[in-house]
Design a protein around this ligand. Structure first.
Ligand SMILES: [Fe+2]
Ligand SMILES: [Fe+2]
Length: 208
């Protein structure tokens, strides 16, 4: 196992129950809000998976582990990414918070031995989505935005839920459209988000 991971696992004992272990590791590193958020996202993932015909178990695993890299402090994200040999885009170097999706993917693989590519992919793009997304990518992306980890009600929730009545893709689009309409609030515009946005528009046009 990579040294950076060994460090965060000191004093941690696994029970081999992913539901508890993912939660308890975040708690050990004082990330209670993220721990609760992850469980809520996992629940929402299961609900969405059932509703849209996606594997519920894989959806739940993605939800439980998507933010597990929160065990690393904000100011260590760039260093950890470099340490893991991850590709760091210009936008990610500018705003390293976004790197947490890629670090979580490596943690799911290296610490929990998750080798299901669908799960790993969903975790790795849960903040930004990306082009050629899968149904599971959409489930986790949407669930994460419905159960956000900030105070109050997400400003886009009404339109997201309304659009979800049409499809998962429409739900994801409603959220990205909200971001695009409020660009000035964004720290950086991640290229994967733009690609996902264009991909969704292309798909909708093909359906017309
Ligand atoms: Fe996240
Ligand atoms: Fe999250």
């Amino acid at each position: 196992m990579k040294d950076v991971f060994k460090q965060i696992l000191t004093d941690f004992s696994f029970t081999n129950d992913l539901y508890d272990d993912s939660y308890n590791l975040l708690i050990l590193h004082n990330r209670r809000i993220v721990a609760e958020h992850s469980r809520e996202v996992a629940e929402e993932c299961k609900r969405l998976a059932k509703r849209f015909g996606v594997n519920e178990e894989l959806a739940e695993i993605s939800g439980l582990l998507h933010d597990i890299s929160a065990v690393f402090p904000f100011d260590k994200r760039l260093e950890v990414s470099n340490n893991l040999g991850l590709e760091v885009l210009k936008e990610e170097a500018e705003f390293p918070l976004i790197l947490h999706q890629k670090i979580s993917e490596v943690m799911a693989r290296d610490i929990w031995n998750i080798n299901n590519e669908e799960v790993l992919n969903a975790i790795s793009c849960h903040t930004t989505l990306k082009r050629n997304f899968s149904k599971l990518d959409l489930v986790l992306f949407v669930a994460d935005k419905m159960k956000w980890d900030q105070k109050g009600i997400p400003p886009y929730i009404e339109s997201l839920e309304k659009e979800l009545n049409i499809s998962l893709e429409h739900g994801a689009y409603a959220y990205i459209k909200y971001l695009m309409d409020n660009k000035s609030n964004l720290k950086v515009m991640h290229p994967w988000l733009i690609e996902a946005y264009n991909d969704l528009i292309l798909k909708f046009n093909m359906l017309e």
